[in-house]
Design a protein around this ligand. Structure first.
Ligand code: NAD
Ligand code: UGA
Length: 437
C-alpha cells in the first residue's frame, strides 16, 4: 500500500485517485476548490462519468480515499504526489502552467520527507525539469529528497475508469530509474506495457498521441468533404480503410470535428512549442484549420437549406463534446450555437447530461426535456452529439412536430436513405446522395 496524494481533483485527478484507491492504495485527493471538495465529501460527483460515483463511494467506505482542501495534511508524509491540475491554453496557445507551479511550490513549502513528484497533467516538453527547478528554488537551499517523474494520462472522458484500469500502455519518464520503478509498481497489477523513457520523451509522447488522433479525425473530415463533392460516402470509405490493419478503424468518424478539454488545447500547445523551438508545424496548422471549418460547413449547409438563418428556429440534439460526459468545453455544439445565434437563429436544445452546464453557458438558449420537445416547431434539427438515446427516435413523430423536416446529422448517426423515404431532407457529413450533397 503506497501513500498517494493527488493534487487537483478534476476529471483526471478524481479518476486517478479513485482508481489508485481501488487498487488498494491510501489516497488523498486534494483541491483548492472548496465547493468541489465539499460535494465529494457528501458523495456528490462534480462531473458526470459512468461508474464513478459508485467507485468513489466504495473506496471512501473502505477508508482508502479521502477528499480535502487542506494542503499541509494532504501532502504530509506522502510518498508520491501526482500533480493533476489543469493546464489550459494561454493567450498565444501555450499551456498555462500557473496551476502546476503553485502545486510544485506548495510541495516545496510543505514537504520534508522523501517524495516523488509525478506530472500527470499534460505539460509542455521540458516541464519536468522546470518543476524540479521550481521546487529547488522555492526550498532556497533547505534540503529535500525528491524526484520528478512524468506520467501522462491517456484516459478519455465517458470511459475514464475503464481506460484507466485497462490502459494500452503506461508511460513513465524520469532520469531516476528507481523513481520511475516506484511509480511503475502502482500500475503492475494492470498488466499493460510500461514504457520508461527520459522526462522530455514521455512529455512528447502525450502531445504526439493527442495530435495524431486529432490528425486522423481532420484527415477523415477532409476526405469527407471531398466525398460530398465527388459522390462518395465517407462512412463506407472509413470502413474500407479501417479494415487495413496498418490503418485500423478507430478515430475515423467524420462529423463536426474534435472538441473537448484536450485536443484543441493540446494541438495548439504543441504547435506553439514547435514555433518556439524554430520548427514549422505545418501539418498541425492544417489539422486545426480543417477542424474549425467543419462547424462552419454545417452553418453554410443550413443557411442554404433554409434560405437564411435570421429568425429561424433550430433544434440542437446533444451539447456535450462527446457522449457519456457533461463536459461542454470546446464542444462543437457550443461553436455551432454561437454561430447560429450570431446570424439571428433561435435555438432549442437537449442533452442527456449537459443541461446544467448549458444553462450557465447560454442564457438565451431554450432548454428542452427531450428530443421531441426540441423538434416541436423547428425549421431544422441538428445532431451535435451521438448519445445512445438519440439512435432510435420516433421519426414519424418528429416529422409531424417539425415546421420544416430538415435534418442535419452532424455525427452520421442515422440512416439517411430511410429518413429521406420518411420525407425528411437529410444532410450527413461527407455523404453524398447520388453524387449530390
Ligand atoms: P479539471 O479542470 O477538470 O481539473 C483541474 C482541477 O485542479 C480543478 O478541480 C482545480 O480546482 C484544481 N486545481 C487548480 N489549481 C490547483 C492547485 N494549485 N492545487 C490543487 N488543486 C488545484 O482538469 P482535467 O480535465 O482533470 O485535466 C487536468 C490535466 O490532465 C490537464 O493537463 C489535462 O490536459 C490532462 N488530461 C485531461 C484528460 C481529460 O479527459 N480531461 C485526459 C488526459 C489528460
Ligand atoms: C482524448 C484522447 O482520446 C485521450 O486519449 C486523452 O487522454 C484525452 O483526449 C486528453 O488528453 O484529455 P477525450 O477528449 O476525452 O480524449 O475524447 P475522445 O474520445 O478522444 O474525443 C475527442 C473529440 O474527437 C470529441 O469531440 C469526439 O466527438 C471527436 N471524435 C472522436 C471525432 O470527431 N471522430 C472520431 O472518430 C473520434
Amino acid at each position: 500500500m503506497t501513500k498517494i496524494c493527488v493534487i487537483g481533483t478534476g476529471y483526471v485527478g478524481l479518476v486517478t485517485g479513485t482508481c489508485f484507491a481501488d487498487l488498494g492504495n491510501d489516497v488523498v485527493c486534494l483541491d483548492v476548490d472548496e465547493t468541489r471538495i465539499s460535494k465529494l465529501k457528501n458523495g456528490i460527483m462534480p462531473i458526470y462519468e459512468p461508474g464513478l460515483e459508485q467507485l468513489v463511494a466504495q473506496n471512501v467506505r473502505a477508508g482508502r480515499l479521502v477528499f480535502t482542501t487542506n494542503y499541509p495534511d494532504a501532502v504530509k508524509d506522502t510518498e508520491i504526489a501526482f500533480i493533476a491540475v489543469g493546464t489550459p491554453s494561454g493567450v498565444d496557445g501555450e499551456a498555462d502552467l500557473q496551476y502546476v507551479r503553485s502545486a510544485a511550490e506548495a510541495i516545496a513549502d510543505l514537504v520534508d520527507t522523501p517524495i516523488i513528484v509525478v506530472n500527470k497533467s499534460t505539460v509542455p516538453v521540458g516541464t519536468g525539469d522546470w518543476v524540479a527547478d521550481v521546487i529547488k528554488k522555492r526550498r532556497g537551499g533547505k534540503p529535500l529528497e525528491f524526484h520528478v517523474v512524468s506520467n501522462p494520462e491517456f484516459l478519455r472522458e465517458g470511459s475514464a475508469i475503464n481506460d484507466f484500469m485497462n490502459p494500452d500502455r503506461v508511460v513513465l519518464g524520469s532520469t531516476e530509474r528507481e523513481a520511475a520503478n516506484k511509480v511503475a509498481e502502482l500500475y503492475l497489477t494492470l498488466r499493460c506495457p510500461i514504457v520508461v523513457t527520459d522526462l522530455r520523451t514521455a512529455e512528447m509522447i502525450k502531445y504526439a498521441s493527442n495530435a495524431f488522433l486529432a490528425t486522423r479525425i481532420s484527415f477523415i473530415n477532409e476526405i469527407g468533404n471531398m466525398c460530398e463533392e465527388m459522390g462518395a460516402d465517407v462512412k463506407e470509405v472509413a470502413r474500407g480503410m479501417g479494415l487495413d490493419k496498418r490503418i485500423g478503424p478507430s478515430f475515423l468518424d467524420a462529423g463536426l470535428g474534435w472538441g473537448g478539454s484536450c485536443f484543441p488545447k493540446d494541438v495548439k500547445a504543441l504547435a506553439h512549442m514547435a514555433v518556439l523551438h524554430g520548427t514549422h508545424p505545418q501539418l498541425l496548422q492544417a489539422v486545426m484549420e480543417i477542424n474549425r471549418n467543419q462547424r462552419r460547413r454545417v452553418i453554410v449547409k443550413l443557411r442554404k437549406a433554409l434560405g437564411g438563418l435570421n429568425d429561424r428556429e433550430i433544434g440542437v440534439l446533444g451539447l456535450a463534446f462527446k457522449p457519456n460526459t457533461d463536459d461542454m468545453r470546446e464542444a462543437p455544439a457550443v461553436e455551432l450555437i454561437h454561430l447560429l445565434q450570431n446570424e439571428g437563429a433561435h435555438i432549442k436544445a437537449y442533452d442527456p447530461q449537459a443541461m446544467e452546464n448549458a444553462g450557465q453557458m447560454f442564457p438565451r438558449l431554450t432548454l428542452c426535456n427531450n428530443p421531441y420537445e426540441v423538434a416541436e416547431g423547428v425549421d431544422a434539427l441538428v445532431l451535435a452529439t451521438e448519445w445512445n438515446e438519440f439512435k432510435q427516435l420516433d421519426f414519424e413523430r418528429i416529422h409531424e412536430l417539425m415546421r420544416q423536416p430538415i435534418i442535419m446529422d452532424g455525427r452520421n448517426l442515422w440512416d439517411g436513405d430511410r429518413l429521406r423515404e420518411q420525407g425528411f431532407t437529410y444532410y450527413g457529413v461527407g455523404r453524398a446522395v447520388n453524387g449530390q450533397d
